[in-house]
Each structure stands twice: as C-alpha cells, then as structure tokens.
Design a protein around this ligand. Structure first.
Ligand code: NAP
Length: 315
C-alpha cells in the first residue's frame, strides 16, 4: 500500500477511509507543521494529503523526497501550492472541486446578508442588552431588487447567484458563460464595468497572480458610493489598506469577509469598523462537506496511483 503523509487531522470517517485506502501517517495532535517538518515527515512517503494551511512553495517542493508523486490538496483553492514547481519535479497536484460549493455559497450569502443588514453591530447590541428599538435603529441595506456583482461566476459564484435570485445578477469572468449557466445574469467583460453596477459585490474567483489585489485603491473607486464588498474566495484578492480606507471614507458602506490576508491575523484596521462582518474562514465548514472533501482528496490519490492520472489534477 502507498504511504501517504496527511498533514492535518481529518474527521474520523475520513481517517477510517484513509486506513482502508493506503498506509497513512496521521497528525494526531493536529499540529500546524512547519515547511521543514513537512519535508522531514514526507521521507519514505509516496504522496502528501495537504491542506490550505500548508505553504507548499518552490523551496519546500524542491526539497521533497523523490518518492513523492502527488500532493492532494484538501481544498478547491490551490493558491498554497506552487503548481509549476510541482510539475517540474513530476509531482501531480489535485484539488476537491464541487463537493464544497453548496456550503461555501451559503457562507457567501451569509456575508452579503450580514454586511448589508449590520449583523455584527446587531449581535453586539443584543449581547450587551439595553438596546432601544426606534424607527431608524440599525437600519441597513435591503437586498431585494438591488444589483449583485459576482466576480468569478464559477461553481460557487453560480450557486450564490441562484440563492440570491431576488437581486439583479451581474458578473465578470474572463470568458462569458453559456446562457444556460448565466440564468439571466448580465455579463461584463471587465471589472470596471462590473464594479460600476455592483451595489453588492461577491468575490468568488481564485487567488492567482492575475487576481491578486484586484480590489485596490484604484478599483474601489469604480463602485457606486455606499456599495458593499464581500469576499468568500481568498484574502489575497483584496488590498486591505485600500478597502479599509474606502470604508473609513464611507465610499464603501460595509464588508463581509470569510477570508483575509495573513489569516488568522486580521488587519487591525477592520476591527475599528463597525460595519465589518467577518468570519474565520468557515466556507466549507459543515461536517458533511468536510467529510466529502477529505474523501475526495483520498480518492484523488487512489485514482492517481491506480491509473497514472486523476480527473481533479490541476497542474
Ligand atoms: P471555479 O469553479 O473554478 O470558479 C472560478 C471562477 O473565477 C470562474 O468562473 C473563472 O472564470 C473566474 N476567474 C478565474 N480567474 C479569473 C480572473 N483572473 N478574472 C476574473 N474571473 C476569473 O472555482 P470555485 O469552485 O467556484 O471556487 C472559487 C474559489 O473560492 C476557490 O479558488 C477558492 O479559493 C475559494 N473557496 C473558498 C472557500 C472558503 O472556505 N471561503 C471554500 C471553497 C472555495 P474564467 O476562467 O472564465 O475567468
């Protein structure tokens, strides 16, 4: 049986499956391994089941033993892995698409609702007690009939658009979708055009060199005054300083973030903004989804060693 290093603790059902599929090396304490430790522990292994907390950069990949043939990432995003470095060492990289789209879209909707309806302030007031109802108490932004811009109308973006049907959906991808996938959403061929009609933006595209800091000092000005920006994708897509400045100037009304740069350390600028509705990367955090993701990451390894290829290979 193939020997596989599993860098983070999995839910029991998935660890049981791993035992049946290969010889796993488990991280029983769920310790956050350093890059050095991942290299050491992969000695004698055939593959690594990694998670988004493992930074598999070129330096790390170049030092992995020659026996490593696959890095199976326990996530749909793979911005934590240098795909080219892996390819040049003959290491396949796989991800876990589809199985987490519903759970992540639900968090995408929670971000939109939480930011627009001032949930962070509301929760704090309710917990402190003593709040007084009045006609203008914590009034927020109503969503029905307003425009939702989806940046990255892929698997998750399309599911968010489907749930948010009472809004008018606009989107930008590099390529226009078929009418069947668009479901009436309006395509914009550039971000300036999309942002200028986005009362609310939902960021759903992957973190790549192209999308890094797509929300920045210049692009934040494209939005209508008082727009709301939400991000369920990856923190690297947002220049936090530019967004915090826009929030402080009330150019942007509120933010909803499930992800941010330097997780778990939030830019302190956000903590001072009452309208910031921020979650600790909960996108795929339901039991069924986490089991499905881990099982798919295990199946990817199995398929790869049985057939020499894998449908979820990304490099
Ligand atoms: P997907 O199906 O591949 O969709 C990505 C979409 O982004 C595609 O429509 C793609 O269209 C578009 N896109 C890619 N590069 C772009 C660019 N440079 N400019 C504009 N649009 C671009 O991926 P998914 O499964 O929906 O996942 C999306 C991302 O969500 C993942 O990469 C991951 O980082 C994040 N995520 C977060 C969580 C969480 O816990 N918060 C959970 C799951 C996923 P084109 O190729 O036509 O441009």
């Amino acid at each position: 049986m193939k020997k596989i290093l599993i860098t983070r603790k999995l839910i029991k059902e998935s660890e049981d499956k791993a035992v049946k599929t290969f010889t796993p090396i488990f991280n029983t304490n769920d310790e956050l391994y350093s890059q050095k430790k991942v290299i050491e522990m992969s000695n004698g292994c055939d593959g690594i089941l990694s998670s988004l907390t493992d930074k598999m950069d070129k330096q790390t990949i170049d030092k992995l033993p020659d026996t490593i043939k696959i890095i199976s990432n326990f996530a749909v995003g793979f911005g934590n892995i240098d795909l080219e470095a892996a390819k040049s060492r003959g290491i396949a990289v796989t991800n876990t698409p589809e199985v987490l789209s519903d759970a992540t879209a639900e968090i995408g909707i929670l971000l939109i609702l939480g930011a627009c309806r001032r949930a962070a302030e509301g929760i704090q007031s309710a917990q402190e007690g003593g709040w007084k109802w009045s006609a203008d108490y914590l009034i927020g932004k109503q969503l029905t009939g307003t425009r939702l811009g989806v940046l990255g109308m892929g698997r998750i973006g399309q599911k968010i658009a489907k749930i948010a049907r009472s809004m008018i959906i606009h989107y930008h991808n590099r390529s226009k979708l078929s009418e069947e996938k668009e479901q009436g959403a309006v395509y914009h061929k550039d971000i300036k055009s999309l942002f200028s009609v986005s009362d609310v933006l939902s960021i759903c595209c992957p973190a790549t060199k192209e999308t890094e800091n797509m929300i920045n000092k210049e692009t934040v000005e494209y939005f209508p005054k008082g727009a709301v920006i939400t991000n369920v994708a990856r923190g690297d897509i947002v220049d936090d300083e530019a967004l915090i400045d826009a929030l402080n100037r009330r150019k942007i009304y509120a933010v909803g973030l499930d992800v941010y740069k330097n997780e778990p350390n939030l830019n302190p600028g956000y903590s001072k903004i009452k309208s910031a509705f921020i979650l600790p990367h909960l996108g795929s955090a339901t039991k069924d989804t986490r089991i499905a993701m881990a099982n798919l990451a295990i199946d990817n390894i199995d398929e790869f060693f049985k057939t020499g290829n894998c449908k979820n290979k990304v490099n």
